[in-house]
Design a protein around this ligand. Sequence first.
Ligand SMILES: *[C@@H]1O[C@H](CO)[C@@H](O)[C@H](O)[C@H]1NC(C)=O
Ligand SMILES: *[C@@H]1O[C@H](CO)[C@@H](O)[C@H](O)[C@H]1NC(C)=O
Length: 519
Amino acid sequence: MNKWTLILLLLTIFFSHVCAYKILVAFAYPGKSHSILGEGYVRHLLDAGHEVTYLTAIPYKKSHPNLRQIVAEGVIDKFEFSKSLDFQKVISNEVDLKDMYTMYRTMMIIANRSITHENLQNFLLDTNERFDLVVSEWLYHHMFSGFAAIYNCPYVWSSSMEPHPIVLSLIDEVGNPAYFPDHMSPVSPPFTFSERIGELWNVLYLYRVIWSLKDFEQQTYLDSFGPAAAKRGITLPPLEEVKYNASMILGNSHISSGEAQRLPINYVPIAGYHIQDEVPPLPENLQKVLDSAPHGVIYFSMGTMMKSSTMPMELKRDFLKIFSQLKQTVIWKLEEELTDIPKNVHMVQWAPQPSILAHPNCKLFVTHGGLLSTTETLHYGVPIIGIPLFADQFINVLRGVRKGFALQVDLGYDTPAKLKVAIDEILSNPKYAKKVKELSYIYHRRENKPGKTLVHWIEHVIETNGAPHLRSPALHVPLYQKLFLDLLALILLAVIVVVRMAKILIGSLTKTEVKKKRS
Ligand SMILES: *[C@@H]1O[C@H](CO)[C@@H](O)[C@H](O)[C@H]1NC(C)=O
Ligand SMILES: *[C@@H]1O[C@H](CO)[C@@H](O)[C@H](O)[C@H]1NC(C)=O
């Protein structure tokens, strides 16, 4: 090593030390897909040399000298909500996973359970902890903005979905329902008259839900963060203020899968950041299955939220029956052993999804249409058949259908038969594969890789003390001012006054006329 290399090395160490920030990544929702998104932040921030504290329900498997994990496990075991994630119940319409009041309230309760978990409270009660920034996941509640209040530092929302009116109201204003669909609405602009009224009604309904849960959420927030605030001797600012104080939203969205919506400057789309640059190698057996399928492979996975044990056996048998009629090989991810498997079906309990989709022999992905799955299909350019189950899966699949790289099949006892028709269509007509390749090109052609964008904006927020220059003035303008209702009132008033005065004037003029005539 010569003198210059040594100096360079010392300089690098010096600067990397100076620029290492302490970042808290708060992603405590106990769901696999949410922890994959949380891990994306952890991985990119560690790679950029920062010190990361990760609040999670599912620990990150790789250890790193700059990573500390605070794990809140077991918060939804034996919880009503986890029981409603059930194929049987969804098919028979026993649970309504679209009811937003229940969704918002349930998510608040789960967040409270995570934050009041012993491990998290011990961590929060340690008054020596300091952070430069918090990344808080928004998931129908605003509880995780409380961390920024405790550590008196800026924070960034992470939104796991396409941008939608309610999440944008946190940094700018609620999107116009005339052309901006909610994340739960399976509609896509241009809207028909009734769709437009439906979207307006939906936004008003959501406002009512949020309003009616306001006190409950504030109480939950006090239960969660009150003790830590008291120990630090600070008064906790009201949640109604803290939740609107984010520096920006980093959204798990991208134009290739979403809509060309107008977005505030501090909403930055970073979909795909959870995918690693290098495709992890496949396990040997799967590599063999994928390499040796002369007609290609169909990959079938319904995600991780709904346990496959809740899928009726009749349905599983029917799936196997239609798969046996295909010439393609089917890789089916199911957390369960089945008997009498057809020769061309390969069952796995766990699947390295990105590595399977990345294989050139993977021709089709049959999915529930979660946003991670639809993002991965665009990343690797594989067409899909979506069988949506809940939440944003309906709109994700609908967008895929409208964009032309997907077909939709609804969940029910007749799903297997309909799936067979859809598989035949998508594999015999090359337009779906062509479309997904086009969108994949749009997806990849960005100025920067999403992970780099993520790190850039987080550092930017820290270095500019919460990036006040990015905040939208719309956030603090009341609706009546946006709609110029005050001006309208003024004009109405002026018209009334003028009309009144004219009447009085005409009245007195005619009176004098009459008087003149009489005299
Ligand atoms: C809002 O955030 C800024 C820093 O980003 C902080 O100084 C301020 O105290 C916060 N206000 C509230 C009400 O949390
Ligand atoms: C939040 O959790 C704590 C501790 O588990 C509990 O005492 C409190 O009632 C919960 N608050 C709400 C609003 O559910």
